[in-house]
Design a binder for this molecule. Structure first.
Ligand SMILES: Nc1ncnc2c1ncn2[C@@H]1O[C@H](COP(=O)(O)OP(=O)(O)OP(=O)(O)O)[C@@H](O)[C@H]1O
Ligand SMILES: [Mg+2]
Length: 253
């Protein structure tokens, strides 16, 4: 019990947070107990899951720096089986405050041990960098989803990420698996989307997930209402695609 999946890509704006929120919500609606960990100081997963920003509330920062128990920090959401471990801007300080510590890459992994078996899935939303927060996400994880936006230069970032992964697996997390590359913001009206998809599948083969996330305006609107797509517009193509992704992930066991 308790599979930890990181969602990471150092490239910005590729759909990491959209995927983390909506995969977590879709798994929760499929009756799994799910924790969404917001490991990004931007806090978009926190607000997108309906948790209001609050400077006074303790968040992942306090767990990473002061060893605060994550059990105490986890917040409920509108979906009964979905919880959030929130982030706030102060989380950015972790990059400096942990930089001297020998065990800096393993802090999140050690914190999640306490609650791992309570949840069926823990989904970690990583920031757009390969800094300490992302390294902690990848070290805590059993597997990794890499969202790739269907646009030019999509592959370049992925190659760099795989180089980092080789090093990270050697030094910190040998058992980290690739859950899959996920094509996001796919626009079937453009040749570009099809070309990027083909290039990715030619190069990475079965490491590319079957599910493709379409460009869908409802997915972009949902966070401003603090709702996962499944609550905001369950019949949209965006919602359908994240349900399909959840089924594919469940089928991996
Ligand atoms: N499938 C989609 N269709 C339409 N808009 C999307 C889709 N996925 C994401 N977006 C929008 O694109 C923007 C970037 O998405 P998102 O925040 O999920 O990316 P990110 O990789 O988490 O970004 P960052 O690197 O800043 O953390 C957001 O405005 C989001 O609403
Ligand atoms: Mg994000």
């Amino acid at each position: 019990m308790g599979k930890i999946i990181a969602v990471a890509n150092q490239k910005g704006g590729v759909g990491k947070t959209t995927t983390a929120i909506n995969l977590a919500a879709a798994l929760a609606v499929e009756n799994r107990k799910v924790l969404l960990v917001d490991a990004d100081p931007q806090g978009n997963a926190t607000s997108g899951a309906g948790i209001e920003r609050s400077k006074d509330r303790k968040n992942l920062y306090h767990a990473l720096i002061s060893g605060e128990s994550v059990r105490e920090l986890v917040l409920p959401t509108e979906i009964p089986t979905l919880w959030v471990l929130p982030s706030d801007k102060n989380l950015a300080g972790v990059e400096i405050e942990l930089s001297e510590s020998d065990d800096r890459g393993r802090v999140l992994r050690n914190l999640l041990v306490e609650i791992k078996d309570y949840f069926h899935y823990i989904i970690i939303d990583c920031p757009p960098s390969l800094g300490i927060l992302t390294v902690n996400g990848l070290t805590a994880a059993d597997s990794l989803i890499i969202p790739v936006q269907c646009e030019y230069f999509a592959l370049e970032g992925v190659t760099e990420l795989f180089e980092t992964l080789t090093r990270l697996k050697r030094e910190l997390n040998p058992s980290l698996a690739i859950e899959g590359l996920l094509l996001t913001m796919y626009d079937e009206r453009t040749n570009l989307s099809a070309a990027v998809a083909k290039e990715l599948r030619d190069f990475y083969g079965s490491q590319v997930l079957n599910t493709v996330i379409p460009r869908n305006v409802r997915l972009a609107e949902a966070p401003s209402f603090g709702k996962p797509i499944i609550l905001y517009d369950p019949r949209s193509r965006g919602a359908e695609s994240y349900f399909e992704l959840a089924k594919e992930i469940l089928s991996h066991g």
